[in-house]
Write a protein that binds this ligand. Structure first.
Ligand SMILES: NC(=O)c1ccc[n+]([C@@H]2O[C@H](COP(=O)([O-])OP(=O)(O)OC[C@H]3O[C@@H](n4cnc5c(N)ncnc54)[C@H](OP(=O)(O)O)[C@@H]3O)[C@@H](O)[C@H]2O)c1
Length: 300
């Protein structure tokens, strides 16, 4: 099969398309013929070596933590999912390929396109997890930094749906998109705390930083401390005493099922994505690094 692979950490040019063996599903896993594989910031960070703590890459690796496709083999002990089923989920061993093994998966509703389903697992789980930790209640005000992003956009919609007032930050070009999700919108960057105070004179009850980029001091100032401030992206958290939510603790089939049903019913809009080919994986990573907006999904 064709797969995108890298054998050393580095810039996007380390990503190449190779011919490699089709992976075998282990117990509880399925293999899918990939219809769409999500590209996430974490793929870019792993490929660059940012997460490697100076150690060399031990073996060639296929990037990609999420994919949607048609089941073509099931591992031992899998029940309720059969060859031919349409599913989406988290990969074991990479998603940027013609075939991928999924470790945790759920049925893809017919109402969702392959691209929409492939774009949900990583961002959706992070949004669900962060909201679970922050536990914002009806009538409270939540600030989401990075509300125009994949994670932030889902968090905004889930929170708005249960009666939470959400203030979302975005780049100037994406403020209307954030408003369309049901949030009050304000640009990120210098002066953020003042702009948020103007929108929420009684203060904010919780802050989700789903972007990084130095917003935590403003978040702490707005909260008057670190209580109910979390980040998914800013390593400054460790010095500032803010929880950095790094473990995908809500990576379950049930979480994914709930997200896909909500998307299929129109209760949430999945991250808007653009399709690119496997051979364009390096370009997809470059585009994220250059901060072009919007999620990319690779279609083999
Ligand atoms: N820890 C975890 O478990 C976990 C899980 C998932 C994601 N993440 C991390 O969460 C972050 C967001 O992921 P994603 O998939 O949502 O990425 P994404 O779709 O690329 O969204 C990035 C967001 O950051 C915003 N942004 C860009 N430059 C900014 C700046 N200078 N100041 C403030 N905001 C800025 C973008 O706004 P505009 O596009 O409007 O400029 C957008 O809202 C990534 O760093 C990712 O690695 C962590």
């Amino acid at each position: 099969m064709r797969a995108v692979s890298f054998s050393e950490y580095g810039d996007p040019s380390v990503l190449t398309v190779v011919e490699t063996g089709v992976p075998e599903p282990g117990p509880g896993q399925v293999r899918v013929a990939v219809r769409a594989a999500g590209v996430n910031p974490i793929d870019v960070k792993v490929r660059s070596g940012l997460m490697a703590q100076g150690k060399p890459l031990p073996a060639p690796r296929v990037p990609g933590q999420e994919a949607a496709g048609v089941v073509d083999a099931v591992g031992e002990g899998v029940t309720g999912t059969a060859v031919g089923d349409a599913v989406a989920g988290w990969t074991a061993g990479g998603g940027y390929a013609e075939y991928a093994v999924l470790s945790t998966f759920a049925a893809k509703p017919e109402a969702l396109t392959w691209q929409e389903a492939a774009a949900l697992p990583v961002a959706g789980e992070a949004a669900v997890r962060a909201l679970r930790v922050l536990d914002p209640r009806r009538g409270e005000t939540l600030l989401v930094n990075g509300a125009s992003g994949s994670v932030g956009g889902i968090a905004v919609q889930l929170a708005v749906a249960v009666g939470i007032t959400v203030i979302g930050t975005a780049g100037g070009a994406n403020l209307d998109r954030v408003r369309a999700l049901g949030a009050l919108a304000t640009p990120y960057g210098e002066g953020l705390a003042q702009r948020v105070r103007a929108l929420a004179p009684r203060g904010v009850d919780a802050v989700l930083d789903a972007a990084g980029h130095g917003a935590l001091p403003d978040a702490i100032a707005l909260r008057g401390g670190t209580d109910r401030v979390v980040t998914l992206a800013d390593p400054a958290a460790f010095d500032l005493g803010v929880p950095f939510l790094s473990k995908p603790e809500d990576q379950t089939a049930q979480t994914l099922e709930t997200l896909m049903e909500a998307a299929a019913d129109g209760r949430i809009t999945p991250p808007a994505s653009r399709a690119m080919g496997l051979g364009e994986a390096a370009q997809a990573h470059r585009e994220w690094e250059r901060k072009s907006s919007g999620k990319i999904v690779l279609v083999p």
